[in-house]
Write a protein that binds this ligand. Structure first.
Ligand SMILES: C[S@@+](CC[C@H](N)C(=O)[O-])C[C@H]1O[C@@H](n2cnc3c(N)ncnc32)[C@H](O)[C@@H]1O
Length: 300
């Protein structure tokens, strides 16, 4: 089978599910992951033939794609903050806006780490808590980018924790003080949960925040494939995770520490009020690249 023919047939099969440009980039991603071709291979080498050993894998992958399964689940990986993360249908596929949260947190955490470096070997590591960790994308990104940090990632889902613990990054070369995150099963909504290793200098979270009533505006392939436990909150209590995150932060945020959480852009003002009401005096709304209120940062 010629690569260019498979790409053409695949784009046709995905026609009703995705706009043409997206269908094309999904097919190119698939071929890159399975065959190792580049986005231009079929152009510079029109006679490129797909190796026989890859044909059945590609056809099975195309069948799953044409049933609406996201390409990241079909490939089993996604790129996030410069690393390739394992993803399965048990975890949310990390989103580009969460990369903004990570970049902000890396800046703050690295500053904290640098200000302690004068203490040499005795310097206290930057301690980070990632609530609702899912694939562990935030926790691992912190561990790989902030010198001498210690990260605890927490999730209620055993299956998500299995994915978070299994991440490996063969290409990356973390520094000598690198420690992988520790992952713990716990219910963030349970006021009795104890978080070991605190107080924490950074408390980060991307909790479930999509209201049930917003389901109607979501793409069917997200609704049908991504875990609802990771996405949805009831319309009559959409801020329940933020009340818990604020209460946890009240107890576990270190002196001089900062919190940063991703939010529902429809509830920016209401979400910041949760943190103000919990006693944090420096509460700010941060925007994403489209100018929408997508994060709340808070400190005492
Ligand atoms: C929006 S996903 C975020 C995953 C990941 N941090 C990311 O940014 O891609 C929310 C995560 O919260 C977890 N979760 C849902 N309810 C929870 C609870 N009560 N306690 C702890 N984690 C919970 C889900 O299993 C899911 O992994």
């Amino acid at each position: 089978m010629l690569l260019k023919d498979f790409l053409r047939d695949g784009e046709k099969a995905l026609e009703g599910l995705y706009p043409a440009a997206e269908a094309r980039s999904i097919m190119l991603m698939l071929c890159e992951a399975i065959v190792g071709t580049k986005s231009y291979t079929h152009i510079i080498e029109p006679s490129f033939t797909i190796p026989h050993k890859d044909e059945s894998t590609l056809l099975e992958a195309l069948r799953r794609l044409s049933e609406g399964e996201p390409v990241q689940y079909v490939i089993g990986r996604t790129d996030f903050c410069g690393n390739s993360f394992r993803v399965t249908p048990d975890v949310l596929i990390p989103r580009p806006e969460t990369e903004i949260l990570c970049r902000e947190a890396i800046r703050t955490g690295s500053r904290m780490s640098a200000s302690r470096s004068a203490f040499g070997k005795d310097a206290q590591p930057v301690r980070i808590l990632d609530l609702c960790t899912g694939s562990g994308c935030i926790a691992w990104t912190m561990a790989l980018n902030i010198p001498r940090c210690r990260v605890l990632g927490v999730d209620i889902s055993d299956a998500a924790l299995e994915v978070a613990r299994s991440q490996t990054f063969p290409g990356s070369a973390p520094g000598p003080d690198f420690r992988p995150p520790v992952f713990m099963k716990a219910d963030v909504l349970d006021p009795g949960t104890v978080f070991d290793g605190g107080p924490f200098d950074l408390i980060l979270s991307n909790p479930p925040y999509v209201m049930d009533s917003q389901k109607a505006q979501m793409r069917p392939n997200v609704l049908d494939n991504e875990p609802h436990l990771a996405l949805f909150v009831p319309d009559d209590d959409p801020l329940k995770f933020y009340r818990s995150i604020a209460a946890i932060s009240h107890e576990y945020l270190a002196e001089g520490g900062e919190g940063l959480t991703e939010i529902n852009d429809l509830l920016g003002k209401e979400t910041s009020e949760v943190f103000s009401a919990a006693g944090f005096s420096r509460v700010s709304l941060l925007k994403d690249l489209f100018g929408r209120n997508r994060f709340v940062s808070y400190a005492r």
